[in-house]
Design a protein around this ligand. Structure first.
Ligand code: SAJ
Length: 412
């Protein structure tokens, strides 16, 4: 029987924002890693030591992992000691009968589990890192492996260890954050804790699979509710003609108040999605979580109404949008409220729209331009994302422009 300290070969399913950093980190720690992705382009890019996503220092890490010979990418899994599943869990249309219309889509987890199933041997460990509805590790991953004839829980260990890293700080947080590990039984939990302790500096905290799933959903729902509070406040302050950011700054001087920042809405693949997994399973008890989601989802519409108010006063207004990604200093457009707002403005034919987005080279159907050109050629400047490249901008130097700052970011 192999002990955890002898686990050497790792197969990572999914080479996206979590899988690729995890695979390359493990490779640079001396593990032999094969990363698997469904996209030939992604596989080729990584095998050339290049990357397909923007994340600080990831390019250097991947290059050194590939050049060391410890990381390779492939379309197919292979035999390994540990299998890490890091694939997306989006939602799909739940139809008109469904409470929110949004149902978790577990097809990527199902397909990754089926794919690795024929490579699994006794003493293997399977870890689900994808954020998942409560019950997924037991009812989907473990069940599929059992169905394929594996002695799950006896000599094949299965656990959930949700990723908790913040885009923009992934490589730091992969090592420094505490990890929550929930196995389908005690043996699985123990093996998984021992595995993470080989490369994580934070504490590795044992629990059950269902609790670990709920912990992750709780973290992101808690943040969503707090951002919804800030977003609601910004709409209330606007009707009162009060500066929201001043209100928040002053209220936060209270020792027990810590309000987050309003913005154009909540985006990304996590916070805008995960709370629905709770609502889907416990609709009757999740009124606050659901309302927070709705408040955050409605915020882009409120921003558009404000833009219309100003644009309608001008003849063919030129609207320059600063940023289009879901948050600062990333290239990720998933669920981006800024992207949604820009697309709606284009569809509605409100003026001429151009965008400055320092983290993306080209986007279909959207005119991207440099910061100076954008400022020079716009009547209305719409700050949607607080990218570092915009940090030096001051509303004083932009006097003759109409400024709509959805993040309270421009210097006064
Ligand atoms: N946002 C605001 N106001 C704020 C903070 C954020 O409007 O005060 C917006 C952002 O602009 C963005 C969205 O919320 O559109 C989400 O951004 P984020 O930075 O809060 O979070 P993510 O989605 O990048 O990462 C989150 C993190 N979860 C928590 O902080 C609880 C991260 O730790 C998770 O690993 C990640 O989700 C995930 O993968 O689940």
């Amino acid at each position: 029987m192999k002990t955890v300290n002898e686990y050497q070969k790792i197969c990572v399913m999914g080479l996206g924002y979590i899988g690729l950093p995890t695979a390359s980190l493990l490779a640079t720690k001396g593990f032999e890693v094969v990363g698997v992705d469904v996209s030939q382009k992604v596989v080729d890019t990584i095998n050339q030591g290049e990357i397909h996503i923007v994340e600080p220092d990831l390019d250097i890490l991947v290059k050194s992992a590939v050049h060391s010979g410890n990381l390779s990418a492939s379309l197919e899994p292979c035999e390994a000691d540990v299998f890490i599943i890091a694939v997306p869990t989006p939602f799909k249309d739940g139809g008109p009968e469904h409470i929110s219309g949004k149902k978790p889509d577990l097809s990527y987890i199902e397909s990754a589990t089926k794919k690795i199933s024929s490579y699994i041997k006794p003493d293997n460990l399977v870890i689900l890192e994808s954020t998942s509805p409560v019950g997924t590790t037991d009812e989907v991953v473990a069940e599929i492996l059992k169905g394929a004839g594996h002695a799950v829980g006896e000599n094949v260990y299965v656990s959930h260890c949700p990723e908790r890293v913040l885009p923009g700080r992934i490589l730091i947080e992969l090592v420094e954050n505490d990890r929550v590990v929930g196995g389908i039984n005690d043996a699985s939990t123990k093996v998984t804790v021992d595995f993470y302790e080989r490369f994580v500096r934070g504490s590795v905290l044992p629990t059950t699979a269902k609790t670990a799933e709920m912990v992750k959903l709780t973290e992101n729902s808690s943040r969503d509710v707090q951002i919804a509070f800030a977003n609601e406040l910004s709409m209330i302050c606007e009707t009162e003609n009060i500066d929201t950011w001043e209100v928040i700054e002053l209220a936060n001087r209270h020792p027990r108040v810590n309000i987050l920042n309003p913005g154009p809405g909540v985006g990304g693949h996590c916070i805008a999605v995960d709370p629905w997994f709770i609502v889907d399973r416990s609709p009757e008890h999740s009124r606050l979580i659901r309302t927070a989601r709705e408040v955050n989802d409605l915020k882009p519409e409120w921003v558009i109404e404000r833009i219309k108010k100003y644009a309608n006063k001008l003849k063919n207004p030129k609207i320059g949008c600063l940023g289009i990604t879901f948050k600062a200093d990333v290239d990720d457009l998933r669920e981006s409220p800024a992207f949604g707002i820009v697309n709606r403005l284009i569809q509605m034919g409100i003026g001429e729209i151009s965008v400055c987005e320092p983290n993306i080279k080209a986007i279909d159907g959207i005119e991207l331009c440099g910061l100076d050109d954008l400022i020079m050629n716009s009547d209305i400047l719409l700050l949607l994302v607080d990218h570092k490249e915009f940090r030096a901008l001051s509303s004083k130097c932009l006097d003759e422009k109409i400024i709509i700052d959805t993040r309270g970011f421009l210097k006064k």
